[in-house]
Design a protein around this ligand. Structure first.
Ligand SMILES: Nc1ncnc2c1ncn2[C@@H]1O[C@H](COP(=O)(O)OP(=O)(O)O)[C@@H](O)[C@H]1O
Ligand SMILES: [Mg+2]
Length: 487
């Protein structure tokens, strides 16, 4: 059969049936309606071109001028208007309007999805892996997408009683702002009447304290790996205008690949703000006069050093890593983090922290008198560069080096500062799966998650925590689940 395009002989054209006429009328009505709105669209023309207003109004990407994929609805609309007697300009405008409508509809749906509140009932507990001053850290699985996370629970009343509200707020603020690969990522934070919850990425490699407990002493090259990454992590905290203030090996987490991720920003504070957690030590510090320490006392500590996780459970933890200026109550800055890093560096290379003592108060004394108490044992066999770096970090805050000085220091001569993530970690965690907890101690505790409690708006215990709730916007390319690291 031949097919003739073009003007047809009216006599030979079959009469359209009723259905076709109805269909044509519907399309005509639609196109007429659209055409009558063209003037309106004309006014928006400029907006369509730069796409900005669409983005603001709908919180979605601007309607694309050209789409790679054409939806079915759009294809059928295009087919219809192709048959109508309208100009190309009008046709394009009708299509543009249609696309914008679709984009708005989609973004509305996405917003609704986003608004679904996250609660504790969305998670299943796998195991408790840590205990802190205000609650536990558990490995959990999110029920809907099966993604694995670390969940930190904290009792609100404990935070209020112990004056920690500002700290947990700082932790939440810092973690939610952090985009650095060296800082543990916070995915959600939420609350009910009893608890606060932080849902973070799970670092299955354990923490630096686990490594030190297992290895005792690290080589200079192993130490260089951890300390260079730690320096980068500390630097990213400072770039966010925070001081960590609680740097110690158990807050240096190890990712599934063996790189470090800094966590526990409970003590992190914006620069120059007031605080009273360290005041316990400050009080002690005022009793600790410089020079009050006798050399005899220092020599007495001959007992083998034993790392102790239980110290972490107390509100104040161990003072081993605190810089001396913290005790002076004169105010301090980001230099305190570099001091702490120096202490960790010493501990990795020597096997125990430099100011270790049986009693925390004794440790505080040693710190204040660091000029006399800091000794690097000869038998530790440290290189000249390593010793020099220790002395440039554990020293008065006026001459202490910071990020720039550290990156230029000879100890890091061969360190690839601009691509640290390409270094091969000294210890790569051997993980059976994404929920492997073999790098953590066993905690003899109630493993189940707290029951879901309601959240009463305006209740007294909730007032200090207004604005705590957070959901990290999904990154474009990154997937949330850590399971995908296991293929
Ligand atoms: N995201 C995480 N992934 C893996 N382990 C974690 C994570 N967060 C915390 N932990 C473990 O739990 C311990 C306590 O958590 P942390 O946030 O440091 O609480 P605290 O403020 O009470 O010290 C850590 O030392 C670490 O062993
Ligand atoms: Mg901690």
């Amino acid at each position: 059969m031949k097919f003739f395009r073009g003007k047809s002989d009216p006599k030979t054209v079959p009469k359209p049936n009723k259905k076709t006429i109805e269909h044509a009328n519907r399309i005509k009505q639609y196109v007429d309606k659209q055409t009558s709105k063209l003037n309106e669209i004309e006014a928006d023309d400029k907006t369509i071109q730069d796409g900005k207003q669409t983005e603001e109004k709908t919180d979605s990407p601007p309607a694309p001028a050209k789409q790679k994929k054409t939806s079915n609805a759009q294809a059928s609309l295009e087919a219809r208007i192709a048959k109508m007697n309208i100009s190309e300009k009008q046709r394009l405008k009708i299509l543009e309007r249609f696309r914008r409508k679709e984009a708005r509809r989609k973004s509305k749906g996405e917003k609704k999805k986003k608004q679904k509140k996250v609660t504790i009932e969305d998670f299943q507990t796998i195991k408790i892996i840590g205990r802190g001053a205000f609650g536990e850290v558990r490995v959990v699985r999110k029920r809907d997408d099966k993604a694995v996370y670390a969940l930190k629970t904290m009792r609100k009343q404990d935070m209020i009683d112990k004056n920690q509200v500002a700290h947990i707020r700082a932790e939440r603020n810092l973690l939610s702002a952090a985009e650095s690969p060296w800082l543990v990522k916070l995915l959600f934070s939420f609350q009910d009447d009893i608890y606060l919850y932080l849902v973070m990425e799970y670092c299955a490699g354990g923490d630096l304290m686990t490594i030190l407990m297992r290895e005792d002493i690290l080589t200079e090259s192993q130490t260089r790996f951890y300390i260079s990454e730690l320096a980068e992590a500390i630097h990213s905290v400072h770039l966010l205008k925070f001081v960590h203030r609680d740097l110690k090996p158990d807050n240096v987490l190890i990712s599934n690949q063996g790189h470090i991720k800094l966590s526990d920003f409970g003590l992190a504070k914006s620069f120059q703000s007031d605080d009273n957690v360290i005041s316990q030590y400050q009080k002690q510090g005022s009793e600790i006069k410089e020079g009050a320490d006798s050399t005899q006392k220092i020599k007495k500590v001959k007992k083998p050093y034993k790392r102790n996780r239980a110290l972490m459970f107390s509100t104040v933890g161990t003072p081993d890593y605190i810089a001396p200026e913290v005790f002076s109550q004169k105010g301090y800055g980001e230099g305190v983090d570099w001091w702490s890093m120096g202490v960790i560096l010493y501990e990795c290379l020597v096997g125990y922290p430099p100011f270790y003592a049986e009693e925390p108060l004794q440790t505080c004394r040693k710190i204040v008198n660091y000029k006399r108490t800091l000794k690097i044992p000869q038998e530790a066999g440290l290189s000249r560069e390593a010793k020099d770096l220790i002395y440039k970090l554990i020293c008065t805050h006026k001459s202490r080096i910071g990020y720039a000085g550290i990156t230029k220091h000879p100890f890091f001569a061969k360190c690839p500062w601009d691509k640290l993530e390409t270094m091969t970690p000294p210890f790569i965690p051997e993980l059976k799966n994404g929920v492997d907890t073999s790098n953590f101690d066993d905690f003899d505790a109630q493993q189940d998650l707290p029951e879901q409690h309601k959240k009463t708006e305006g209740a007294a215990q909730n007032k200090p925590f207004v604005g705590f709730t957070f959901v990290r916007p999904k990154a474009k390319k990154e997937k949330r689940s850590i399971n995908n690291m296991f293929g």
